[in-house]
Design a protein around this ligand. Structure first.
Ligand code: K7E
Ligand code: CUA
Ligand code: CA
Length: 645
């Protein structure tokens, strides 16, 4: 039997001819041209659908998927917002957008980046503005207890500035942000699924983070044009303290990240084993790799002090390079070779396999985790033996979701399709069983999917009900809204043998990854606890102005339809802080607070306290008004700020 990626599986005939892509072949493919060659004619954009393609099917009863007025959705979908820097919450199957959680972006409604509390989380520059105004969120994952979501936290990466943010699930707000030292292009992230060291703790304690762009270490202006000296780090963050526990120096780069259900392994796929600085260099090798980290060995090395530090960072960095990990019996890292420029790495819910997609190879590589563990025990010599199947599934495979029946669903970016294939059948075919039926179904999507994910598919409770395809192009699917198109999220019923497209939802650019979570797992607060805010103004009678030299603090409450002070006075040149507590206790009774010309705007939810600080530099009368429609006298809900000359 051949373990080469050319091994045969049963396939539609055209795939056999398509094999791998070299630079020339790649450049000729639709979609990629649209991205890379600005001078290409419009015809090289994603192919428009034929009239019948992906349109309503008389055989499907769409009303089955309808969420009628007054009914609630079955699932939450938590979705990254790409370069919008936020996280979104949708309901499924309806596709209703419930909330946008500001994380790495600015948000005028909530006051994210405006209030002192949010700036404390974001960090500030010397002038008081947030440290960064931009963010690029790609992957969201929640904390686990015993292999399924525990509803406590959600984590999301920021690719541009290398930050990890935590979102509390009870309020669905970001409460901490950590910037990773000595990395660029923080892309993949995944929480561990149980504590691998302390077997008594079956819950998440770590978040693993992969850095995509290798850089000189430290990145201080030396060795800038010497890519062979660049390195990338794999980082572990503590899910409670949000402190960086350790980093692992590797050869090549990191892309996506996955963790095993037993907590023993974390992995990252890498597409740039070549260490190339330009795309043609990055696709010169026929194989790249998927790296497996032996979590216990890494942590033992850190404890034993076998690490160095880089630059000003005090974070322990262990050596995960190939040269330092040649002996499997002591290795912390196993480099498993897989086909050309892989993209996703996804864990099957039975806990046995990771699937990496080829991206530039029309294959998916199935990696058997038990073989990886045997490699670490010295029982398997060649790490490539961990690849137990490599079916050809279509062009441009990216991300894979799983059902509860052993099937995988992989997005095919270039083919604009979802392919349903059977993992065990692929393993049989790889061993030479010609009768094994690997490919079960293919479905056109509109158009060019990036991530795809199944309901509860990243947990042991994968339920095999829905697959959501987040597509990168929507073209003709929606009413035209100018050159910036929405993206298409397409809901696919996967409960039967054949996939059925059951809904199109328009989404604002640009979701990458999502998780689809059963609604009973999520328990939220509807009202804050006033005691959680140390500066809360707990009674309207406590409203006042306090002055210490030039520092003035205004204590304020809101209670429909009034603010606790009708007017207050400060002087030009004062440093003013306004602390506002919303005393209303009624669910959904939010007030807003805005000061014209001072660029102050935020909301306070029931029993919440927020504050803002600014320099009173413009004398005059300023009507501070409620921005959030709250009461029949909402428009009348205002106070005056007098700024004396
Ligand atoms: Cu494929 Cu950043 Cu997950 Cu986008 S990554 S699609
Ligand atoms: Cu308070 Cu509107
Ligand atoms: Ca490569």
């Amino acid at each position: 039997m051949s373990k080469d990626q050319t091994s045969k599986t049963e396939l539609p005939a055209e795939l056999g001819r398509r094999k791998f892509m070299n630079t020339a072949a790649l450049a000729g493919l639709a979609g990629v041209v649209a991205c890379t060659d600005k001078s290409a004619p419009a015809a090289s954009a994603p192919a428009p659908a034929a009239a019948s393609k992906g349109s309503a099917d008389a055989g499907i009863d769409y009303s089955k998927y309808e969420v009628k007025p007054g009914e609630l959705d079955t699932y939450y979908s938590f979705s990254s917002g790409g370069h919008s820097g936020e996280v979104r919450i949708y309901g499924l199957p309806s596709g209703r957008l419930f909330k946008r959680i500001p994380v790495f972006n600015m948000d005028a409604l909530v006051g994210w980046g405006i209030t002192n509390e949010s700036k404390k989380i974001l960090g500030t520059r010397p002038d008081g503005r947030p440290l960064y105004m931009t963010g690029d969120t790609h992957h969201v994952h929640q904390t686990y207890l015993d292999g399924t979501y525990d509803g406590k936290y959600m984590f999301v990466n920021d690719k541009i500035h290398g930050r990890l943010a935590r979102v509390r699930m009870d309020t669905m707000e970001c409460d901490k942000i950590t910037e990773l030292p000595n990395i660029q292009g923080f892309h993949g992230t995944f929480t561990d699924k149980r504590d691998p060291v302390d077997a008594a703790i079956n819950r998440t304690t770590r978040v693993f983070c992969g850095a995509e762009f290798a850089i000189p270490l430290p990145n201080d202006g030396k060795d800038m044009n010497a890519p062979e000296k660049y390195h990338s780090l794999f980082t572990c963050i503590d899910s409670e303290s949000m402190e960086v526990r350790y980093q692992i120096l590797i050869d090549g780069n990191c892309d996506l990240v996955a963790t095993s259900y037993d907590g023993k392994l974390a992995a990252t796929n890498q597409y740039n084993t070549e260490g190339g600085a330009h795309y043609e260099d990055m696709m010169s090798a026929e194989r790249d790799a998927c790296l497996f980290f032996n979590v216990a060995r890494v942590e033992t090395a850190v404890k034993a002090g076998k690490f160095k530090t880089i630059g000003a960072s005090k974070v322990p960095v262990v050596d995960g390079t190939k040269a330092a990990n040649a002996d499997p019996k002591t290795a912390m890292v196993c480099y498993v070779p897989i086909s050309k420029n892989p993209h996703g790495v996804n864990a099957s819910p039975d806990g046995k396999y990771f699937v990496c997609s080829g991206k530039l190879s029309p294959t998916a590589s199935v990696i058997d985790l038990s073989v990886v563990l045997k490699w670490f025990d010295g029982e398997v010599k060649d790490a490539r033996d961990a690849v137990v199947a490599e079916p050809e599934i279509g062009l441009g495979p990216l991300h894979t979701g799983f059902d509860n029946k052993g099937n995988a669903y992989t997005t095919l970016f270039l083919d604009s399709q979802i392919v349903k294939w059977n993992v065990e059948a692929a393993i049989k075919a790889f061993k030479g069983d010609k009768a094994a039926k690997v490919i079960i179904d293919k479905l056109d999507v509109q158009y060019q999917p990036g991530h795809g994910f199944t309901s509860m598919g990243e947990t042991k409770e994968a339920d095999g009900k829905f697959f959501l395809s987040d597509n990168k192009f929507s073209k003709d699917r929606f009413l035209p809204v100018g050159p910036l198109h929405p993206e298409t999220a397409q809901l696919i019923d996967i409960s039967g043998e054949k996939m059925r497209l059951v809904a199109d939802h328009a989404v604002y650019s640009e979701p990458h990854d999502s998780i689809i979570v059963r609604r009973d797992i999520i328990k939220t607060r509807q009202v804050y606890n006033i005691d959680d805010f140390p500066h809360a103004v707990k009674d309207a009678k406590d409203c006042r102005v306090e002055r210490k030299g030039k520092k003035v603090t205004v204590y304020l409450t809101s209670q429909a339809p009034t603010f606790g002070l009708r007017e207050w006075t400060v002087k030009r040149g004062d440093e003013v802080t306004i602390i506002l507590t919303n005393l209303d206790k009624v669910e959904d009774l939010t007030h807003g607070f805005a000061i014209p010309k001072y660029d102050v705007q935020f909301i306070v939810n029931p029993q919440e306290t927020k504050s803002v600080s600014f320099m009173a530099d413009k004398p005059g009368v300023y009507w501070c008004y409620c921005t959030n429609f709250c009461h029949a006298l909402h428009l009348e809900m205002r106070s005056r700020m007098f700024v004396e000359a």
